[in-house]
Write a protein that binds this ligand. Structure first.
Ligand SMILES: Nc1ncnc2c1ncn2[C@@H]1O[C@H](COP(=O)(O)OP(=O)(O)OP(=O)(O)O)[C@@H](O)[C@H]1O
Length: 589
């Protein structure tokens, strides 16, 4: 089974074990060494009881003394070594589990539709992949080996105490039922409180990411103060919530921490009474007292793990919603070769939410190797239509054909190799300029990369950079202007050399001079390709073979520029307002 798939309806523990499954052996060995370590740890208490009895009874057996002290030391060394081995193994297994979990979330995000991903804020995705999953590591690395070993130790010690004297055993375990009462009270509303805590934490994450991503806008509009206030109030709210929770919980929590490991509470008075008034021997009393003291450490760990256990549970539940995102199913095997690069959209309806139709009854035919422009007022659905053609979303009604194959029947590889998509927001990845262009075709030669850069009008500014194509760039580092970034992404698309090119305002952030040149090279390069382009600058699409006019999600015009100027009122309006705002520019062409 592929990681992350088929997780629906599984409870959180099953999900966790699913990701830990490949490392079961490591976890088993780590439990084994932890058990050895915990039992080596109890040996000094048993030996201590024997030593104390010898001192009290003034037994001057020095050779036994030395053997006992040596055994104590050996037990201590073994305990440390076994603990070291156990924790190394468990950390190894825990980090691998974490890795699986993180990869599964990232895979799932890649397999779901782009729209679904965009519904989450960057902060919440980062929080799920990095922070929430990290919270699983400590409990996994420590809880599995240490909890199992400590529980085993408590059971074995208790059995031993029962064999020694059942009254001593009961008195040593008295704190368990006593501490269970405050523990129950503390855990009563834990889930609701933890969720509110996480919500406050998410809010801080979101506001922080928003603050950093929007820093340019914030500075431009002089909103540093108000944006910072938003950030600082989220931080304060988080702090207040955490402190309030702590304030209400600390008394109960400390009572548990103090009570549970305090095994002497019962065993000391009852043990002394049994020794003085009944048949309990001094040896039994001392062994009982020291074993009871030996129990406090594992009991202490139990109380700490109760918290970790709940935190881990909540973390897995929180990541679950990402692991269960709907998968955009692609055919694994090709149903057929695409015979040509025509596109047909038939009776397509689409809405992002069930109550708000965005596109209605869309019908259009784009012949192979033609240039089709899509225009329309803002919000009319142009980008949405392009995103349906790239299968960022699945249509709810109708059909889209690429050549002779329905869009949803294409394999992911077919879709990716057939369609190139250039958006308004060009994304630059951290790496060299050449790497960024080569994303369009990882196998491209240096010559091909250069040719694509030349065609996208990048070559001049690249040559001026200190290391040319080898210059390191990263998104938002200010090294490249918006227009230059856009030209890099056009070069990327050119290099990809797909037979269908979809362009969503590719020249929006490019100056008119370069726009004209890029336009020409795009048209040259798009020979023998089907090009669909959304454009606001109508001069760029005047010569398109076909112009589709969208208005409030419907096609209200379809034809050539001259025809639409005659027959389509929406196009007439668009053209009129365009020529008004860019009149001087039109005059020049
Ligand atoms: N991810 C989304 N979730 C919900 N509604 C959306 C989403 N994306 C776009 N919309 C809505 O769909 C409608 C069409 O948006 P779209 O971006 O397709 O229009 P457009 O014609 O490309 O606009 P513009 O020219 O301003 O870019 C708008 O009302 C928009 O608010």
């Amino acid at each position: 089974m592929k990681l992350g798939e088929k997780l629906m309806k599984k409870n959180w523990l099953k999900i966790l074990f699913h990701f830990a499954n490949g490392h079961k052996l490591l976890f088993i060995w780590s439990v084994f060494f932890s058990v050895l370590s915990v039992f080596a740890g109890i040996v000094p208490y048993v030996i201590g009881a024997r030593l104390m009895a010898m001192i009290i009874m003034k037994q001057n057996n020095y050779s036994e003394f030395i053997v006992l002290l040596g055994s104590m030391l050996l037990a201590f060394v073994l305990k440390t070594i076994f603990y070291g081995i156990s924790t190394t193994l468990s950390h190894h297994a825990a980090y691998n589990t974490l890795n699986n979990l993180r990869n599964a979330i990232t895979n799932r995000l890649m397999q779901t539709s782009l729209g679904v991903v965009k519904h989450f804020s960057a902060g919440s995705i980062k929080n799920a992949i990095l922070d929430r999953t990290e919270e699983v590591e400590i409990p996994l690395a420590h809880m599995i080996p240490e909890l199992s070993a400590n529980i085993l130790l408590i059971i074995v010690t208790a059995v031993y105490l029962f064999i020694l004297d059942f009254r001593l055993a009961l008195s040593a375990l008295l704190t368990i039922p006593l501490a269970s009462i405050p523990l129950f009270l503390l855990m009563r509303n834990f889930e609701a409180k933890y969720q509110a805590y996480m919500q406050a934490n998410n809010e801080v994450n979101n506001v922080m990411v928003e603050y950093i991503e929007g820093i340019e806008v914030i500075k431009t509009f002089n909103q540093t103060g108000s944006s910072f206030r938003k950030f600082s109030s989220a931080v304060t709210e988080f702090k207040n919530y955490t402190l309030n929770w702590l304030r209400t919980a600390w008394k109960t929590q400390n009572l548990i921490f103090a009570l549970l490991p305090f095994t002497l509470l019962g065993v000391l008075p009852i043990g002394i009474w049994l020794y003085l008034d009944t048949d309990l021997s001094l040896n039994q009393l001392l062994l009982g007292l020291l074993l009871a003291i030996g129990l406090s450490n594992p009991l202490n760990k139990l109380s700490l793990f109760a918290n970790d256990f709940n935190a881990m549970k909540q973390s897995v539940i929180d990541t679950q919603k990402f692991l269960e995102l709907p998968i955009l199913a692609f055919n694994k095997k090709e149903v057929g070769q695409i015979i040509n690069n025509s596109i047909e959209v038939a009776n397509v309806d689409f809405s992002y939410t069930s109550d708000n139709p965005i596109l209605t009854a869309i019908n259009l035919k784009i012949p192979a190797n033609s240039f089709c422009a899509i225009v329309g007022p803002s919000g009319s659905g142009k980008s949405t239509l392009l995103q349906l053609l790239t299968r960022f979303w699945d249509i709810q009604k109708g059909n889209i054909m690429i050549g002779n194959v329905a869009l949803q029947d294409l394999t992911l590889h077919q879709l990716n190799s057939t369609i190139s998509y250039v958006t308004q927001d060009s994304f630059i990845f951290k790496g060299t300029i050449a790497d960024n262009i080569r994303m369009g075709n990882p196998d491209a030669t240096e010559k091909e990369v250069r040719a694509a850069a030349q065609a996208a009008r990048c070559i001049d500014f690249i040559n001026e950079l200190p290391q040319g194509f080898q210059t390191e760039i990263s998104f938002g580092n200010g090294q490249l202007s918006g227009g230059q970034q856009q030209r890099i992404s056009i070069a990327r698309a050119i290099l990809k050399n797909a037979s269908i090119i979809i362009l969503d305002e590719p020249t929006a952030s490019i100056d008119p001079e370069n726009e004209q040149q890029i336009q020409e090279s795009l048209l040259k390069l798009t020979k023998n390709k089907t090009v669909i382009m959304v454009a606001h600058r109508l001069s760029t699409i005047k010569n398109a073979d076909q112009i589709i006019v969208l208005d409030t999600g419907k096609i209200v015009g379809n034809g050539k520029h001259a025809e639409l100027l005659e027959s389509c009122p929406t196009y007439q309006r668009l053209w009129a307002s365009y020529t008004q705002t860019e009149g001087w520019h039109i005059d020049n062409h």
